[in-house]
Write a protein of this length. Sequence first.
Length: 64
Amino acid sequence: MINNLQSIDWASLGHAYGAADDVPGWLCGMVSPDAEAREKAFGSFCNSALHQGSVYSSTVASVP
């Protein structure tokens, strides 16, 4: 998991659909004990931060 996840200004970063302020929730969701929550978070992250194979500022910030 990314150290100091909340210290990143996610709203200033972007993904395929705009500001990336939703990315921290997806990253946290991907380590949820709930399999359905993990699947939903991973899907949302991939659809936005890795949309069609593109790399965005939020994609780079998400890599630990």
